[in-house]
Design a protein around this ligand. Structure first.
Ligand code: SF4
Length: 224
């Protein structure tokens, strides 16, 4: 199955009642976006279907991707990520604020492990389980995939579980900023980065320089 077919399958999914209700209920609840029409559907990945690099986050933000209809778009996390992608030649512009802003990614595809925004940014175990098949299909559909860069410890752990389900021996893989694990022929390299969350930015757990270091490592893997 290609990414386009998968897009249709994802946006029509209704498996998790709690998350579907939460996504729909968020419209009009935040003052600064009170006049916005929210996407509110499950959120598919976005980017270059021929990419060698896949970035995985945990789940859409209620007033970010769930509002704009594009992953990492419309919140602070995305501003840092897309600026870094631009600095490293993976995108045609450094900002991402709307689904219609002409952003194009080059050699990168971005998705979330869970496709619907969860309350408190915490999917439960049954929701992870229900949704992880979509990430597996995305990985399988990316014929040129060489590197998965997981944003944040939870995304790393859940991405790792999907790779294990695909028969990769991931037992040695442990999350950290800039870590890199290889699982042998037929599997992408798994790397980790601290998430560009508002908290991590404000506490300087992640800085633009640290993101640059990670993307330099990613480029080193795909260009070798
Ligand atoms: S989280 Fe995933 S499995 Fe659950 S409803 Fe959304 S798209 Fe479907």
């Amino acid at each position: 199955m290609g990414l386009e077919q998968l897009y249709e399958e994802i946006i029509s999914c209704e498996k998790c009642t709690r998350l579907r209700d939460w996504c729909i209920s968020q419209e009009g609840t935040k003052k600064e976006y009170k006049d916005d029409s929210y996407w509110s559907l499950p959120l598919p990945g976005f980017g270059d279907p021929e990419a060698r690099v896949l970035i995985t986050g945990l789940a859409p933000a209620a007033h970010g991707g769930n509002r704009t209809g594009r992953v990492f778009t419309g919140d602070t996390s995305g501003q840092y990520l897309f600026a870094a992608l631009y600095r490293h030649g993976f995108s045609n512009q450094e900002r991402s604020f709307s689904k219609d802003d002409s952003l194009e990614l080059n050699d990168v595809f971005i998705t979330n492990v869970v496709k619907c925004a969860p309350p408190k940014n915490k999917p439960d175990a049954s929701e992870f389980s229900a949704c992880s098949g979509f990430l597996e299909k995305e990985i399988q559909a990316m014929e040129n995939l060489e590197v998965i860069l997981a944003f944040g410890g939870q995304a790393f752990e859940r991405t790792k579980r999907v790779l294990r389900k695909m028969d990769a021996d991931v037992s040695a893989a442990k999350f950290g900023h800039g870590v890199k694990f290889e699982f042998g022929a037929g599997f992408p390299v798994l790397m980790g980065s601290y998430h560009t969350s508002l908290y991590n930015i404000n506490t300087r757990r992640i800085t633009p320089e640290m993101l640059d270091d990670v993307f330099e490592k990613v480029k080193h893997v795909i260009d070798k």
